[in-house]
Design a protein around this ligand. Structure first.
Ligand code: HMG
Ligand code: MG
Length: 298
């Protein structure tokens, strides 16, 4: 019924930390990412090469990229908004560049200061240069279900952004429920359309868990043959330019689900818990993941 293997991309060091007011030291980030690298996860988004004024918590992206210990089985990616970001990311070292834009005009403008139409040529140049440098390129599309400013977003709006990103040369597309509003029937509507245009292996689902619906939406996505999900350790995260956006679905919760269903991920639960407890201690607050809280209480 489902695939035997699901690939998880750990986005905690990027999506998780970008919204935290408590700043984590560079040395702690490096130690944390190195621990995550040993957990068996195959892809880690380690930071963002965005303007440090926009996301102060990730202002040390360059140093983090230079100093993390690279595990040969892990693809290290980072968020890149433009050519300046790509140059810095290439210097710091990336295996993958993640470009990003929104299906909502207003969210796109609030997040990257451009209209949707103005964004395409900027990203097209980044995608072309990153591919020329031999890097994997993922295109994130935000607010694929609902936008905090505009309300409902239609599958057609999402498809038109996906088409342009694919045309520009991205390897895959990550569809973001940025503010965690979707329920499985919305997943049906969107994936029904998207999968008529794109092969399932190019589609990644990126659920935030604001209302606790992410696990249900992951289950529904797996029924469509989706095998790739973004998640954040402990459930850290949120988009600073999307009011009310809580963290991503917790990697620990996704792992609990997949292990229970007998689906392989290659991730070691104990190592993941070690990494989660490390960052929880540094942030001095309980992370949202229920499976983490339960496991840690045992
Ligand atoms: P801007 O102000 O329009 O940029 O910001 P600009 O091109 O006009 O340049 C202004 C100044 O910024 C210049 O410096 C540039 O050099 C500098 P000056 O000449 O004035 O001294 N600059 C940069 N500096 C460092 N790194 C750069 C960079 N680019 C320009 N890369 C920009 C446009 C895109 C840079 C800005 O809006 C920005 O950084 N936005 C990032 C916002 C962000 O990170 N949001 C969160 C991530 S998205 C997300 O969380 C959603 C996702 O998880 C999926 C989902 O959940 O849906 C991915
Ligand atoms: Mg996100």
């Amino acid at each position: 019924r489902w695939s035997e293997f699901v690939q998880i991309k750990e986005v905690g060091p990027r999506d998780g930390l970008q919204n935290e007011s408590e700043l984590i030291s560079t040395a702690d980030k490096i130690h944390w990412i190195n621990t995550l690298s040993e957990s068996g996860v195959r892809e880690i988004e380690y930071s963002s090469f965005v303007h440090p004024k926009w996301v102060p918590a990730l202002a040390d992206a360059h140093e983090v990229g230079r100093r993390i210990k690279r595990h040969p089985d892990v693809r290290y990616s980072a968020l890149v908004p433009n050519m300046k970001g790509l140059e810095l990311a290439l210097e710091a070292g990336i295996d993958g560049a993640s470009v990003f834009m929104s299906a909502s005009e207003t969210h796109n403008r609030k997040n990257i200061n451009k209209s949707i139409d103005e964004t395409y040529p900027v990203l097209a140049e980044v995608i072309e240069s990153a591919k020329a440098a031999g890097k994997h390129v993922t295109g994130y599309v935000s607010t694929v279900f609902d936008c905090p400013y505009e309300g409902k977003i239609t599958p057609d709006q999402v498809l038109s952004v996906c088409d342009r990103l694919i045309e520009a040369g991205v390897d895959d597309i990550s569809l973001g429920d940025t503010i965690g509003t979707a329920v499985p029937t919305q997943v049906d509507q969107l994936l029904g359309e998207v999968l008529s245009r794109l092969p399932g292996e190019k589609v990644i689902m990126h659920f935030h868990d604001t209302r606790g619906m992410a696990i249900a939406n992951i289950m529904r996505s797996m029924e469509y043959g989706i095998t790739r999900f973004d998640s954040s350790i402990g459930g850290l995260g949120g988009c600073p330019y999307a009011p009310g956006a809580a963290g991503n679905v917790a990697t620990n919760d996704v792992l609990y689900l997949l292990n229970g269903l007998g689906i392989r991920t290659g991730i070691d639960e104990n190592k993941l818990q070690e990494a989660a407890l490390f960052i929880q201690n540094k942030l001095e607050k309980a992370l949202p993941s229920k499976s983490l809280a339960y496991a840690a209480s045992q």
